[in-house]
Structures are given as C-alpha cells and as structure tokens.
Design a protein around this ligand. Structure first.
Ligand SMILES: [Zn+2]
Ligand SMILES: [Zn+2]
Length: 172
C-alpha cells in the first residue's frame, strides 16, 4: 500500500517523449458539505495516475472512486455514495495557449492532492441520497416515507385544520 502522496515529482519519472507510466497512488479527500451537513470521505482513496509525455509537457489522467458516508439529505438515514472520478489534464509549458496549461502542474510537480479534491467536487451530485428515489420525510409528522404505507401519512383526513394542529401538538 503506497503512502498518501500530496505531490508528485514528474521529472523524477524521467519519461522521454512518447513514454508513459501508470502509478498506483493514494489520495486524501477532504470533507464535503451538502447544505449544512458535512460528509467525510474515506480516509485514504486508492487512485490510478497515468502519466504520458507527448512531444512536450505531460498528459495526465487520474482515476479513483471516492466514497462518502453520512445522512441522506432528504430523510437523514445513513447514506453511502461512491463517486467515480476520471479526470484528465494536459500541460505543455512551452505554449501560450492557456487551454494547454494545467493549473495543477508547475515546475514538473503535480499537485495531486488539489487535483484529486477538485475533480472529486466536480463529480459529486448536488445531493447525497440514500437511494435515488428517496421519498424524504413526511411534512406533517416527520417520519421517513421510505417503505411507509402512504395511507398512514394522510394526516388531514378530518378536513378540519384545527384538528390537524391538535394532532400535531400531541406528537410533540
Ligand atoms: Zn433518504
Ligand atoms: Zn406523516
């Protein structure tokens, strides 16, 4: 198991033009927030880093599966999410074209930690759900509607809003 690396010295790989190398690396992902909840990814995440040397500079590809665990943003049950990341960067230091410069490479050093975290953030959905069709919580009684009998949550059968209010008070 390789140690978690924050930076990779690309020059040390001594790749010549046309050569490529694949590295097994570990990245450490930072906590992510959805709404006001914080989610902590797995402490260490194994990743594959492909480095190839075109005529000049580097072409890089980073792949990993980032895992998050925490409360579902709809129903608050424990949820687990695995996000597949497949990111690519090109860095050609001799060009003036900004598109061909990578913000993660400078002086032959790859800022692996920042790249991994940025691409993880980009790959995340905007909610963390326990399942894609999570029904959330009942707006009247606050219970989870997943696997619940819909009949049990027709709270306002009496039709009198004051009665519904009274029932609400009793549940407190
Ligand atoms: Zn849920
Ligand atoms: Zn209910």
């Amino acid at each position: 198991m390789p140690a978690t690396q924050r930076q990779i010295d690309l020059a040390r790989l001594s790749l010549s033009s046309g050569q490529a190398q694949s590295l097994d690396v570990e990245v450490s992902l930072e906590p992510v927030s959805f709404g006001d909840q914080q989610y902590r990814p797995a402490e260490r995440t194994e990743a594959k880093l492909d480095i190839s040397r075109p005529t000049t500079g580097y072409a890089l590809r980073l792949r990993f599966s980032g895992e998050l665990a925490g409360p579902c943003t709809r129903c608050l049950e424990q949820a687990r999410l695995a996000v597949a990341v497949d990111a690519r960067e090109v860095d050609q230091p001799t060009t003036d074209d900004e598109e061909l410069r990578s913000p993660y490479v400078s002086d032959d050093t790859l800022d692996l930690a920042r790249w991994a975290n940025d691409s993880f953030m980009l790959a995340l959905p905007n909610k963390l759900l326990c399942r894609s069709d999570c029904a959330g919580l009942c707006s009247v009684c606050g219970e989870s509607l997943n696997d619940a009998d819909p009949e049990a949550h027709k709270h306002d059968t009496g039709g009198d809003p004051r009665m519904a209010k009274l029932r609400g008070l009793k549940l407190d």
